[in-house]
Design a protein around this ligand. Sequence first.
Ligand SMILES: C[S@@+](CC[C@H](N)C(=O)[O-])C[C@H]1O[C@@H](n2cnc3c(N)ncnc32)[C@H](O)[C@@H]1O
Length: 256
Amino acid sequence: MHAVLPKSLYDRVYFFLFPRYKARLRRQYRDRALRKPNADPEKIATVFKCLEFSLVGSEGMEATYDCTRRVIRENVAGDLVECGVAQGGSALLIALVNAKFGGSRRQLWLFDSYEGLPDPTSEDYKDGKTGTHIRPLPKGSCLGTIGDVSRLLFEQHNIPRNSTHLVKGWFQDTLPVTRDKLGAIALLRLDGDWYESTKVCFENLYDKVSPGGFVILDDYFSCYGCKRATDEFLAARGTPFPIIPDGRGGAFFQKL
Ligand SMILES: C[S@@+](CC[C@H](N)C(=O)[O-])C[C@H]1O[C@@H](n2cnc3c(N)ncnc32)[C@H](O)[C@@H]1O
């Protein structure tokens, strides 16, 4: 459709159809998940609720739920961090799991431009494409404003403001001046799509991840630049940690 329709028409069709398509996928996810033999109704209900506000698929959201549960259950020291928040769906999921099982003891740090994506750079391309997305992602895509995310977290879901930090700006500017305010990190969720966005997160935050903490790479199998930045960084560290696919296009690993 993108190749054949004029942009304005494509955008109108896309923005009309996409929310309906997403709502259908959410219902399908819930109905199928509840029919599974070991269904966890609490997890399914939480993922279902947050999917509405997320660009992440159900498998990625379940992986985020599981990793957050594990760092809480296993008492891994540290804060919960997401770089790449958009409209706040996965951030809400982390916050709800923390509130329910972790007693809100941990700080939640949410880094984003809150102006959408930057442009990709040459490091993001392979054969003229940046990855397996269903549409191109020019500057400003995946927009969620700081007002949208504040309303979602604080007004609609009563997430505590005093332990939640929305840090607005490009990672390249905000992470170097904010990282010293963070303690150890138990969960590091990277969802900035591009090479430079992923690289700067690793450079500034990876060393703060506690042993036993999880690093989630939402775009590892879907954005070429994310995989490249991750593989380069981990290879330079000689890391032996296995990277586990989430079944949709993302992945995660536990830092041991
Ligand atoms: C795919 S979206 C995140 C999806 C979100 N986690 C969810 O649950 O829907 C990518 C986000 O990364 C942000 N982003 C990417 N690169 C960035 C950078 N270098 N600095 C700040 N924000 C960035 C964009 O603004 C966008 O909101």
